[in-house]
Design a protein. Structure first.
Length: 213
């Protein structure tokens, strides 16, 4: 490849716009999704460069409307990793009045996990439910967090407006997402092993962009 063949697109906004243009051109009409569903799915492809996600993404029928309403109301968002928290920038959240929290480094969570013999991600769910009543959950790494969240909701805990459930990996990742999708909880998820903190965070970013228009 020659230097001349590399496109000169210096600004981040221009790079993003060109990326979306390329994705649109490589997914011909009729696309698998339309409107806000496509905007979210396209950002997932943009984040990963993985077009297979278009076949794996799952949208609960109420997920987008409930997620938009929660963000527009200035909700609390809880993530299962600091990476996911950092992936949802303040420049998108502050105009909406939303806060993003991760409890993985909270000493109370570490102590509860030690006493109960669980993961910190599992213990963090209980602390967040007791103290924050988050409207949006973002789980991109820990199947234990997603399983615990679904269990608590089934036991009577207040259901959030939206769960973005996308744990990645080989041990219980696919199973935890199936558990979420079968629960009836409003969610956006992906079938199988793929996922991750960046992918889960980008879904919230896409929803925020829609709300902020």
């Amino acid at each position: 490849m020659s230097r001349d063949s590399i496109r000169n697109i210096p600004l981040p906004a221009d790079i993003e716009a060109e990326s979306f243009r390329i994705i649109d051109s490589e997914v011909p009409q009729p696309r698998p999704f339309e409107g806000p569903h496509w905007e979210i799915a396209r950002r997932m492809v943009h984040t990963t460069a993985d077009f297979e996600l278009l076949d794996l993404v799952h949208f609960h029928p109420d997920a987008i409307d409930r997620g938009k309403a929660a963000l527009a109301s200035g909700c609390t968002i809880v993530t299962d990793t600091e990476m996911a928290r950092m992936g949802i920038p303040k420049r998108r959240m502050e105009p909406l009045g939303c806060t993003v929290r991760c409890l993985m480094n909270d000493p109370r969570v570490a102590e509860a996990a030690k006493q109960r013999g669980t993961t910190r991600a599992f213990a963090a769910v209980d602390v967040a439910l007791a103290e924050m009543k988050p409207a949006v959950w973002v789980v991109g790494n820990a199947p234990t967090a997603l399983i615990r969240l679904v269990d608590r909701i089934r036991e009577g805990a207040e259901a959030p407006a939206l769960v973005v459930g996308m744990p990645v990996g080989f041990v219980n990742a696919a199973e935890s997402k199936d558990y979420l999708m079968d629960s009836g909880i409003p969610c956006i998820s992906v079938r199988g092993r793929k996922g991750g903190s960046a992918l889960a965070a980008c879904v919230v970013n896409a929803l925020a962009e829609i709300v902020l228009r």
